[in-house]
Design a protein around this ligand. Structure first.
Ligand code: ZN
Length: 436
């Protein structure tokens, strides 16, 4: 039976990787895997940031299945994660990362034998709630970053170290999920990775200051357009760095566990003002949802796949490749059976839904409809809907979106009922046990 290493890289947009045609050689190692494995050229995240996308790809369910979860951040019990599923099949399971939004605090440790989010008691600090101590926290964060080189997230080398430690003496088969934050802002790549890309070096203080500006929402708005080039340089340097981190990890794991499938993807991309903002807000343009997707490992074909797929098919595909049967409560299909379009969704005071196939993108909310012809306008700058073009196409896609929304609502009801039944059963059993 095969082992699985699922690697997700926070904020890594596909079009900044050399294997996806980027002008800089940001990912020489990942490129080499893409050549030898299943290389999905058109893979899309189903949501635009961690809180939408990660629960979705871990469980093969759409991001807005449980709305209360989007608001509170809690990993809903009505979703069953790949870790829970593989554990039932006898797998050893572990997850290592340092993103507070998918921490144990929110219930993401479900199904893992070992779960390291590096957050002992820190989640409240990482996700600011009260204003009173915010200034104090910011000062501490700044001092740590400038003088101690301590960033808000763990360096990929630490993730690798912990992963290799867990793998010593692990019982096979295993499922290991590693989520790297090295491409997430503040972008603080080592200067050697900038040098590799023939980019100028930046002082540590400059990187931290730029990070501070992009991290703070009010300062972010004041970043001038001409500064964006520097942000992109640093972002690309971070990608070059994470590529090196993955080389370190994969070569070591491969040596000791030859029967392993490695999957490389991202939870979402990153915007550099293509649509007016920086970072990864609740929007569904390609810079935020087009993500890398590569399957590499013994026994896998070397193949380029152009078909549009979305990460909701990730868990079904893993089960398919492992030859395991499991489709209960999954909303996606394995990539080989998928329909050839992706649906992404986000909640920002209202539902925003996007349909994406190889030519068309339709984004629908209560306020606005946008239609883009990606063959002529890959950067999604000309909204054809306002020009009343392609009415029939819009109608056809709108029907798919409406069906999708109905399906989500039905599914939500079904799962809530199921959960209630389970809880009632457990409650009655507890009463019986006490009575007896
Ligand atoms: Zn993320």
């Amino acid at each position: 039976m095969k082992n699985v290493v699922l690697i997700s890289i926070d904020c890594l947009r596909a079009d900044h990787m050399s294997c996806y045609g980027y002008r800089r050689e940001t990912t020489p190692f990942i490129d080499s895997l893409a050549k030898r494995g299943l290389f999905f050229e058109n893979a899309f995240a189903n949501g635009p940031n961690t809180r939408h996308s990660v629960p979705s790809f871990l469980t093969s369910t759409y991001p807005l299945l449980f709305l209360d979860e989007v608001r509170a951040g809690r990993f809903h019990a009505g979703r069953k994660s790949i870790a829970e599923r593989l554990k039932e099949k006898g797998y050893s399971t572990a997850a290592i990362h340092s993103n507070p939004y998918i921490s144990k605090f929110y219930g993401y440790d479900r199904g893992f034998d070992y779960f390291n989010d590096f957050m002992i008691g820190q989640v409240e600090d990482e996700i600011p709630r009260g204003k009173a101590s915010k200034v104090f926290r910011e000062i501490i964060k700044g001092v740590k970053a400038v003088f101690m080189y301590k960033l808000p997230h763990e360096d990929g080398r630490r993730i690798n170290e912990e992963a290799l430690k867990w793998l010593e003496g692990v019982r096979e088969p295993f499922f290991l999920w590693l989520h790297y934050m090295d491409v997430h802002m503040p972008y603080v790549p080592p200067n050697w990775s900038l040098r590799e890309l023939n980019l100028k070096r930046y002082s540590h203080i400059k990187k931290i200051w730029m990070g501070k500006k992009i991290d703070d929402i009010r300062m972010r708005e004041k970043i001038r357009d001409r500064e964006i080039t520097d942000y992109i340089n640093l972002y690309d340097g971070c990608i070059r760095y994470v590529d090196w981190i993955l080389r370190e990890l994969i070569q070591k794991v491969e040596k000791n566990f030859s029967d392993t499938i490695f999957i490389i993807t991202a939870d979402h991309g990153e915007e550099f003002r293509e649509h007016g903002d920086l970072s990864h807000l609740e929007k569904l343009y390609d810079e935020l949802i087009h993500v890398p997707l590569i399957f590499y490992g013994k026994g896998l074909d070397s193949k380029k796949i152009e078909k549009v797929v979305s990460l909701i098919g990730l868990v079904p595909t893993i089960f398919y490749l492992l030859g395991l049967k499991e489709d209960r409560l999954m909303q996606g299909k394995n990539f080989f059976e998928e329909k050839g379009y992706a649906i992404a969704e986000a909640w920002k005071d209202e539902r925003i839904t996007a349909y994406r196939d190889e030519q068309w993108k339709l984004i629908v909310s209560d306020q606005k409809i946008e239609l883009y012809n990606l063959k002529d306008d890959p950067k999604e700058q000309k909204n054809l809907y306002t020009k009343m073009y392609h009415r029939e196409k819009v109608k056809e896609i709108k029907r798919i979106i409406d069906m999708h929304i109905k399906l989500i609502e039905k599914e939500r009801e079904k799962r809530n009922t199921l959960l209630l039944q389970e809880r009632t059963k457990r409650f009655i059993n507890r009463l019986k046990a006490r009575g007896g």
